[in-house]
Design a protein. Structure first.
Length: 313
């Protein structure tokens, strides 16, 4: 089951000794936050691509094990390059996410610390324990090089603990659960045991189409392109347990971008649609009929009203 209610009251059947808390996954763009989130939840709830700024919303992923419920918040990468209305909205999302959590996972590339990392670190409020997640450790060839870097990082911020790891290593993920658990308060769970995210299926549909869009256009297409779901209807079917009809619009800023998304003879758009449909069928456990259109809306990322109308805060 994917969709869940917002936290507010305890889930039914709360027992003594339960722990539950909010953990923000924060870092600069394209540092591996969404990959880490999906590994921690155990299923894909946050989209990934090599393109920076793939995550645009605060996405909650839930994982319950033993007596502890981990509620992870994946945030957009903090934007420092351009002050468009879209980027201001993304940064506001990051600021909102880190102000009210029990623990922050500050994700950086192992052995690296850039100006963009420093700007993210400067946002943290005192009093919230922060773990330094030295991610992509598998890309560091000589582990001995990490020690001086770790000393330097400790001087920058009073991190509660250092966790060198790779988000793709199952053993590292298991170890991270044990570390995180200690920082979560004893309180009843907020969600049911089998729930994975508080985002709706409609939201997951738009994110899945957007992921395939970025995957198949590479660096050619500006990240300001977005996806709007025009229709998401579940229909009765004698043939299938669930049948969902979805109509999505890819919004780009220029005619040249539209041609790029459609591709020669419509091949690229067809590939985007097919892969998104196949992934949604697995994600929603349903037969999916997906139609995808492309529209040009020039300057939308600089227009606050339009940014809001496309579902950004």
């Amino acid at each position: 089951m994917l969709a869940a209610a917002r936290p507010g009251g305890a889930a039914a059947g709360a027992v003594e000794g339960q722990r539950c808390g909010l953990i923000a996954i924060v870092g600069k763009p394209n540092v591996g936050k969404s990959t880490l989130m999906n590994a921690l939840v155990g299923q894909k709830v946050s989209i990934t691509s090599r393109k920076a700024q793939t995550t645009r919303h605060r996405i909650t992923g839930i994982h319950t094990r033993g007596a502890t419920q981990f509620v992870f918040v994946d945030t957009p990468g903090f934007q420092t390059k351009h002050s468009t209305a879209l980027n201001k909205s993304l940064n506001k999302t990051v600021m909102g996410a880190i102000g009210d959590v029990d623990l922050i996972l500050f994700v950086v590339e192992a052995g690296s610390f850039t100006l963009a990392d420093a700007k993210v670190l400067s946002l943290f409020k005192p009093g919230i324990p922060t773990l330094l997640i030295a991610n992509k450790l598998d890309t560091v060839h000589r582990r001995a090089e990490i020690a001086p870097w770790l000393r330097d990082m400790q001087e920058r911020h009073p991190f509660a603990e250092f966790v060198p790891m790779s988000g793709k290593n199952k053993g590292d993920i298991e170890r991270l659960y044990g570390i995180v658990e200690k920082y979560l308060p004893e309180q009843p769970w907020w969600y049911g045991e089998d729930e994975l995210t508080d985002r709706s299926e409609k939201f997951l549909a738009s994110e899945t189409v957007r992921e395939k869009l970025f995957r198949f256009t590479g660096d050619e297409l500006p990240y300001t392109s977005t996806v709007v779901i025009d229709k998401f209807d579940e229909e009765k079917s004698k043939q299938y347990k669930r049948f969902i009809r979805i109509a999505a619009t890819i919004v780009v800023e220029r005619d040249g971008h539209k041609a790029m998304v459609i591709g020669e003879g419509g091949e690229r758009l067809k590939r985007i649609s097919t892969e998104a449909r196949q992934e949604l069928e697995k994600l929603l456990d349903a037969k999916v009929f997906l139609e995808v259109w492309v529209k040009v809306r020039s300057g939308w990322a600089d227009d606050e009203a339009r940014v809001r109308s496309f579902g950004y805060e």
